[in-house]
Design a protein. Structure first.
Lengths: 258, 235
């Protein structure tokens, strides 16, 4: 087993004019590790996620990614085409709103198959079989394969989005509030599914969430952000059970007990 | 005799930023070590800091001062300054922990909850489940419960799932936070047997037991936590 990180982020900052999006963020992410980025709206967590996934270019700082061949590449120096290729093959991005990550007017099977075709699969029978397999892994019945996601519930759409992202066997998945906007019972099912998939596939993931329970269940490590900066980071259970920063203490003490 | 865990001069306090930054000292000057094949017990009244000490040893609480030296793989590491990634590796391979309460995950069966630590360490799922079945049977958990998620189990049943999960691995160091608190006499005896088997296998154990009978049955020595009271020192 390799003992090198998958992603190295150093002094990453993004400014919108004079306003801080995120400032001076540094961390390493190893294969198989799930990092939760928590904070309230406007804390900069989504800006950070968008910079890391190269959907947004930072104002300064670097992020290096270890490619499948072991070569380190500086993300912001890659060409647009190279970044898109990475996005389609080695990475996944699960949006809060499934409509942002799915093609709503084509069938569920095509949504999954499209990603396979993007990495060069051409044989229809094989693509369909893989799509069926992935739909069952995210607990969508095979007989829904020809339905468009428009006809799906919110929870099903989110599961379909996950299947679409994971079908190419990515090594790194970005998730933006993956359970946001879902009913609590649907959230639990989705979290459980995500947790199983992440463990079984040995995925590395960066999960942005404002929900500390989601962070506790999914992640091993956590960064707490406020006003664009990281105010506390560490093992997830350490940060939640022994919060040190005033802002983390406020967040943790604000959780409603049920 | 080898000493896989050495704690020296550890201090811990909580700073309550939401309460005008009040500082609550918990313990100070905590120093002891645990040898292989022994079970040491943390003694002292409630609030003396016994659980806090265990949580620091597991990396669950941060440490203000001092060192916690653990023999991990073939080297020594200081847990108080180790990276999160190292702490996770220590938990996977070196230090096991049985907490007072089971933190349940929705929809995962009791059997898989127990087998999970072995699967995480690379054992195949069926072999891990086999060992889980044996432990759950030993702890008298009714077989009809094995396939169900433990969320709806009684306190004693959850505790037994938790114990099985903690004892299934071969961690060289095992921390026990009142593992017998909600068990009946028969199952307390099973836990005593499990602890004896760990000792015989050369595991270093450190535990908190409020039950006097259990403590007398397993403890090789008692570490008096009142000696580490920080409030006296701070006052």
């Amino acid at each position: 087993m390799t003992d090198e990180p998958l992603l190295r982020v150093a002094a990453l900052s993004k400014f919108y004019g004079s306003r801080v999006g995120c400032e001076n963020i540094s961390f390493d992410l190893w294969p198989g590790e799930v990092l939760a980025v928590v904070g309230e709206s406007g804390s900069g967590k989504t800006t950070l996620l968008n910079c890391l996934s190269t959907r947004l270019l930072p104002s300064s700082g670097t992020a290096s990614y270890r490619m499948r061949d072991g070569q380190w590449r500086e993300l912001y120096r890659m060409s647009e085409a190279e970044r898109r290729f990475l996005m389609r093959t080695d990475w996944g991005f699960v949006h809060q709103n499934p409509a942002d990550g799915l093609r709503m007017t084509v069938s569920a099977g095509a949504n999954v198959g499209e990603r396979l075709m993007a990495v060069g699969d051409r044989q229809y029978g094989k693509i369909r079989a893989t799509a069926v397999d992935w739909l069952s892994r995210v607990e969508i019945d095979e007989d829904r394969i020809d339905d468009a996601p428009r006809a799906f519930s919110g929870g099903m759409r989110q599961r379909l989005q996950i299947a679409r992202n994971l079908v190419t066997g990515p090594r790194l998945v970005f998730m933006d509030e993956p359970t946001g906007g879902l009913d609590v019972s649907v959230q639990a099912r989705l979290l459980d599914l995500l947790r199983g998939l992440v463990t079984d596939l040995g995925l590395a993931a960066i999960v942005v969430t404002h929900d500390l329970a989601v962070a506790r269940l999914l992640s091993q490590r956590m960064m707490v952000m406020k006003d664009g900066r990281v105010v506390e980071s560490g093992l997830t259970d350490r940060v939640l059970d022994d919060p040190r920063a005033p802002y983390t203490q406020l967040l943790v003490s604000s959780i409603l007990q049920v | 005799m080898p000493t896989p865990l050495v704690v020296s001069d550890v201090a811990k306090s909580f700073t309550m930023h939401l309460r005008d930054g009040i500082r609550l000292p918990v313990v100070a000057g905590v120093s002891f070590s645990i040898r292989t094949g022994e079970c040491a017990v943390l003694g002292g009244p409630s609030g003396a800091g016994k659980s806090s000490i265990l949580k620091m040893l597991y990396g669950n609480y941060a440490v203000d001062e001092g060192q916690i030296i653990v023999q991990h793989d073939s080297g020594l590491i200081d847990l108080t300054s180790a990276s999160p990634r190292t702490v996770l590796a220590v938990r996977r391979r070196t230090i096991g922990y049985v907490s007072q309460f089971l933190r349940t995950v929705p929809r995962v069966s009791a059997l898989d909850v127990v087998a999970e630590p072995l699967v995480e360490r690379g054992e195949d799922r069926e072999g891990a489940r086999e060992k889980a079945r044996a432990l759950l049977a030993q702890l008298n958990l009714p077989e009809k419960l094995w396939a169900l998620p433990p969320a709806t189990f009684s306190g004693g049943e959850q505790q037994r799932v938790n114990i099985a999960r903690g004892f299934i691995t071969e961690h060289p160091i095992l921390l026990l936070d009142e593992p017998t608190a909600s068990l009946d006499a028969r199952n307390r005896d099973v836990v005593v047997d499990l602890i004896a088997a760990k000792k015989a296998a050369g595991v270093a154990l450190l535990g908190i037991f409020h039950d006097q009978d259990v403590r007398d049955a397993v403890a090789d020595r008692v570490i008096d936590v009142t000696a580490f009271a920080a409030r006296k020192i701070a006052a």
